[in-house]
Design a protein around this ligand. Structure first.
Ligand SMILES: NC(=O)c1ccc[n+]([C@@H]2O[C@H](COP(=O)([O-])OP(=O)(O)OC[C@H]3O[C@@H](n4cnc5c(N)ncnc54)[C@H](O)[C@@H]3O)[C@@H](O)[C@H]2O)c1
Length: 356
């Protein structure tokens, strides 16, 4: 196998971001990955809105469009699928794709319930297929600089409050189709938090609730204390609520107020936005530890697209399949993130510490 023949399910904005890397021509894709971007071919595209599928076909190629995902699942000329639909379809489409022998690149969140997480983990084990979650922060330049310096920090503090309030009419705020901002978007920061922690969660205690929306079932505010199995501790603050420009624009010209800060024995670092940029600080003598650099403003040096890592995701998926590698973000990572968020909700609802 020297080419990955791809079926696309869900032809919206994020699908376009991935497909713009095809052919290895995107200047935002890391150089080493460009040959793999050249080894992806689109065969079929599905969308409930056929006009969107056709518009992507015209732009990025493909033999056919359809509104029936079964056509993609049963197509013997398709090796792998990219699923970039609304969240309630992620698990059922993933399971059906693996049942039909297709490798899967799934947009986040991988799943919406713990049962879906368990089913996907079992299907990945059973099938031996490649299953990769498109957690973009694992590809971001600042996040990787922090990870290299602090593989196992003592303390991990994550923030994913949005500048604005999510629209009630958005599909992602819908309890069935999306699950709200924390499950939909803060999941990037939760994944980044675990990536930088380098450890599994042991327990979480959260306070929170619904402060900015009308639906009581979609929690929009979480303040959580986290304990990790390796003895590290940390915090996660997620939700929407209008922090506006409080945390944007400084210190590294970041457009989004998300961050994960790690502290380790008098040394610290912060990965900003979705991990685009980073900054280091130290209170220990240089003889003990020397900062690799003060600040990495990759957004300015490379441009926001390259700094954020999205253009590396689809080429990495191709490389992982063709070279039989383990993906940078697996079903285990996808399941951990969904479980953590759901257990934050459970803790906020019950007032109890929840164990993993
Ligand atoms: N990594 C990131 O930074 C990032 C950013 C935005 C969105 N996303 C994720 O990408 C995914 C898609 O989001 P989007 O912003 O592109 O949304 P979108 O609404 O632009 O696109 C989703 C597409 O899926 C189609 N669709 C929905 N249900 C379908 C079904 N059952 N069968 C076939 N087609 C179906 C819709 O018609 C739509 O065209 C979501 O998982 C979202 O969380 C990731």
């Amino acid at each position: 196998m020297d080419t990955v023949r791809l079926g696309i399910i869900g032809c919206g904005g994020m699908c376009g971001a991935h497909l713009s890397t095809l052919g290895g021509k995107s200047p935002h894709t890391s150089e080493a990955l460009r040959p793999f971007a050249g080894k992806v071919e689109i065969r079929g595209l599905v969308d409930v809105n056929l006009a969107k599928a056709e518009s992507h076909r015209q732009k990025y190629g493909g033999e056919y469009v359809t509104d029936d995902p079964e056509k993609i699942f049963k197509d013997p000329k398709i090796d792998a699928v990219l699923i970039a639909t609304w969240h309630d379809t992620h698990a059922p489409f993933s399971l059906r794709a693996m049942e039909c022998g297709k490798h899967v690149l799934i947009e986040k969140p991988m799943a919406m319930t713990e049962k879906e997480c368990d089913d996907i983990l079992a299907a990945v084990d059973r099938s031996g297929l490649t299953y990769m979650v498109a957690f973009r922060s694992r590809f971001a330049k600042g996040a990787n600089a922090v990870k290299r310096e602090f593989p196992k920090p003592d303390n991990i503090i994550a923030h994913a409050r949005t500048p604005g309030i999510w629209s009630e009419s958005s599909w992602a705020q819908d309890p069935i189709k999306g699950g709200g901002q924390i499950l939909s978007q803060a999941c990037h920061v939760v994944d980044l938090m675990f990536f930088l922690a380098g450890a599994e969660p042991e327990s979480v205690y959260a306070t929170g609730g619904v402060f900015h929306h009308s639906r009581p079932e979609v929690i929009d505010t979480i303040n959580a204390a986290v304990r990790y199995k390796n003895g590290s501790v940390g915090a996660f603050l997620g939700g929407d609520g209008g922090t506006g420009g409080l945390l944007t624009g400084h210190p590294l010209g970041t457009g989004c107020p998300f961050f994960v800060m790690v502290v380790d024995k008098g040394r610290s670092a912060i990965a900003l936005d979705h991990g685009h940029n980073c900054r280091f600080e130290s209170s220990v003598p240089e003889s003990v530890w020397k900062k690799p650099f003060d600040a990495g403003n990759f957004t300015v040096d490379l441009g926001e697209a390259a700094a954020g890592g999205v253009p590396d995701i689809l080429p990495t998926f191709a490389r992982v399949i063709l070279n039989h590698e383990t993906p940078p973000a697996t079903a285990v990572d996808g399941a951990r993130t969904t479980r953590f968020i759901l257990r934050c909700f459970e803790s906020a609802r019950t007032g109890k510490i929840i164990k993993f």
